[in-house]
Design a protein around this ligand. Structure first.
Ligand code: DOR
Ligand code: ZN
Length: 344
């Protein structure tokens, strides 16, 4: 096959950042996605309905002329999130709340330190139909970074889904066979997003032959057997797994640093790279469901009306991109050849 047309896809997990950066990130996503779930880990984090609505307006203002792209908003759970905050979020059209264990990743210092105390908040979300989006890693110093997702399942996530059987939970950007199996074994209220980098790369791509900061994200890339399990579940076509790029820009100097930031800015090539992965797996026929159906169905939102077409054609991801403020960003897959391209 050299061309494929699919219903317009959505990105169920990304980071747009704020202010000037929106002029880069919003058009890059709106070029092919109709909707995106926008992460709330700004500084300060988006913790209330009011903040989410204002942030949504800033995103809408950064859309290219004529774009009908729709940002879907989330709030950031903290130790002081109340049931009233959840009610206000629901009324304002916020679709989900994000759980970051404190210290787990970029801008997560304000996040939850005591999961047990969140029970009333989770109950309110369950009642109102707000989804729980989870960054699934423990943060205890003594737990090895490669084990943090697995330990989070054992210590936290299994309890959350057992105690809240009607809460819809998205296990975000899964990286391990343990996470894939957990999702498969859980009820139909539990699903997961998978990024392009976790399908295409493993920890060798981060560490062999030198440290490659632009492949550094959290949860960190795992060993090849875990990558293979993620490929297996997308190849299976299971409706529990869907597209979430975790596109997460950081300026070049913050990535190429003695202590580099976590995040891959994949918006420039994400849909093309997913297409390439599905092509290599010989399951291009399953791309549309992964990219355009499973997420919308899980969120209880309508599928999109339009279509996009991808053609099998080589192109190169730019080596770097100039930001409106003058800084540079090195996009994910910079300088490499991608074999699929969005038409038009
Ligand atoms: O690599 C990541 N970058 N993982 C996250 O969970 C957060 C994100 C960011 O905001 O930069
Ligand atoms: Zn993320």
């Amino acid at each position: 096959m050299s061309e494929i047309t699919i219903q317009t896809p959505d990105d169920w997990h990304l980071h747009f950042r704020d202010n000037d950066m929106l002029l880069e990130t919003v058009p890059a996503t709106a070029r092919c996605f109709q909707r995106a779930i926008v992460m709330p880990n700004l500084v300060p984090p988006i913790t209330t309905a009011e903040m989410a609505v204002k942030y949504q307006q800033r995103i809408l203002a950064a859309r290219p002329q004529g774009s009908s792209f729709e940002p879907l908003m989330t709030i950031y759970l903290t130790n002081s999130t109340s049931e009233a905050d959840i009610e206000a979020a629901k009324s304002a059209g916020v679709v989900a709340a994000k759980l970051y264990p404190a210290g787990a990743t970029t801008n997560s210092d304000a996040a939850v330190t005591n999961l047990a105390a969140m029970t009333p908040v989770f109950e309110k979300m369950e009642e109102l139909g707000l989804l729980l989006l989870v960054h699934g890693e423990v943060t205890e110093q003594h737990i090895d970074i490669f084990d943090r997702e697995k330990v989070f399942i054992e210590q936290n996530l299994s309890n959350i889904v057992t105690r809240h059987p009607n809460l819809k939970v998205v296990f975000e950007h899964i990286t391990t066979a343990d996470a894939a199996d957990f999702v498969l074994e859980s009820s139909d209220k539990v699903a997961a997003t998978i990024t392009p980098q976790h399908l295409m790369l493993n920890r060798n791509d981060l560490l062999v032959g030198g440290i490659r900061p632009h492949n550094y994200c959290l949860p960190v890339l795992k060993r090849q057997t875990h990558q293979q399990r993620l490929l297996d579940v997308v190849q299976s076509g299971s409706a529990k797994f869907f597209l979430g790029t975790d596109s997460a820009p950081h300026e070049k100097h913050r990535k190429e640093s003695a202590c580099g930031c976590a995040g891959c800015y994949s918006a420039w090539s994400a849909i093309e790279l997913y297409t390439q992965v599905f092509d290599e797996l010989n399951v291009l026929d399953k791309l549309e469901a992964f990219a355009s159906h499973h997420g919308a169905d899980f969120y209880g939102l309508p599928r999109n009306n339009g279509t996009i077409t991808l053609v099998k054609e080589d192109w190169q991801v730019p080596a770097q991109i100039k930001l409106p403020g003058g800084d540079d960003i090195v996009p994910f897959y910079a300088g490499k050849t991608v074999h699929w391209k969005v038409k038009g």
